[in-house]
Design a protein around this ligand. Structure first.
Ligand SMILES: [Fe+2]
Ligand SMILES: [Fe+2]
Length: 293
């Protein structure tokens, strides 16, 4: 998963404000609405209906919306990893890493299927409109093949997937029904792999960047971090569910924002600094602009 489902929805609304990275990539020439229908997938190894009597109507609606948007966002994440494969091939990265990313395409599709099963278990048809699926930027005009792939790997693996690990782990802690915990366990296991993939590639490849490539990548970090802040700022407008709602996946907006900021400050920024990138300076620039706005 690349970011929270509700945050993704808000981000789409803000898309016109400026474009910088994966989720804001080149618009397609023609926009056609597609329906994602996972009813058949949900029927296979279906989850038993979840007892929702303790959940308030507002929190239940929030949980249903969250799981439906997550289904869409997990499904859409599959094409991000699919497109990463091409960039990795162009940069001549080791074949075993390319195989792993190809597996991640399937894992994200499976996550969407798991969300579909949860939706049925909480009384919702797993059918939704898919948003426009933008392309992952190739960065061909601005970066060498190596820098281009690192831009996307930092954005996807080190930022989005690392934040996703923290958010899903928090949600898993709060989950009540055993079937929901199992779903979140499986998603979490894969998101950890996706995050580790990012950190492994950046730590191995960043030392071989030329000075010019490194400077350019450092400049790109401002864009990547600004995207993360815009994307996750949607949490601040989200409601905060009660305990019974949180147990079935209704979000707590303020806590989610705190998890995002803590992950960026304590894990992502120091991690990229250890890889020799000027992440702290880029983050400071983004956060200070955000405060001034
Ligand atoms: Fe993922
Ligand atoms: Fe996922």
């Amino acid at each position: 998963m690349l970011g929270s489902a509700s945050a993704a929805r808000e981000e789409r609304k803000d898309r016109k404000a400026g474009a910088s990275r994966v989720e804001e990539a080149r618009p397609q020439a023609r926009c056609t609405m597609t329906t994602l229908d996972l009813r058949r997938v949900a029927r296979h190894d279906a989850l038993a209906p979840i007892d929702l009597r303790e959940v308030s109507a507002i929190d239940l609606e929030a949980a249903r919306t969250n799981w439906k948007e997550r289904m869409v966002s997990e499904h859409a994440s599959a094409r991000v990893f699919g497109e990463l494969v091409g960039g990795m091939m162009r940069a001549g990265l080791p074949a075993e890493e390319t195989y792993r990313v190809a597996d991640m395409v399937r894992q994200e599709l499976d996550h969407a299927g798991l969300c579909a099963k949860v939706l049925v278990a909480i009384g919702v048809e797993p059918v939704a409109e898919l948003p426009e699926l933008t392309h992952v930027p190739g960065h061909e005009d601005a970066a060498s093949p190596l820098e281009a792939v690192l831009r996307n790997v930092i954005s996807v693996g080190c930022c989005s997937e690392t934040v996703a690990v923290a958010l899903v782990a928090t949600e898993r802690e709060l989950a009540g029904p055993r079937s929901l915990r199992r779903v979140l366990d499986q998603i979490l296991r894969d998101e950890i792999k996706h995050s580790r993939f990012g950190w492994r590639l950046v730590s191995r490849l960043a030392p071989s960047l030329s000075t010019r490539e490194r400077t350019s990548l450092d400049e790109y970090l401002v864009d990547a971090f600004a995207h993360q802040v815009r994307f996750h700022a949607a949490f601040l407008d989200m409601p905060c569910a009660g305990e019974a709602g949180l147990a079935v996946g209704a979000p707590h907006g303020r806590s989610n924002w705190l998890v995002f900021m803590t992950t960026m400050n304590d894990i992502v920024i120091p991690g990229l600094e250890r890889c020799g990138l000027a992440a702290r300076e880029a983050w400071r620039e983004v956060v200070s602009v955000d405060r001034a706005a």
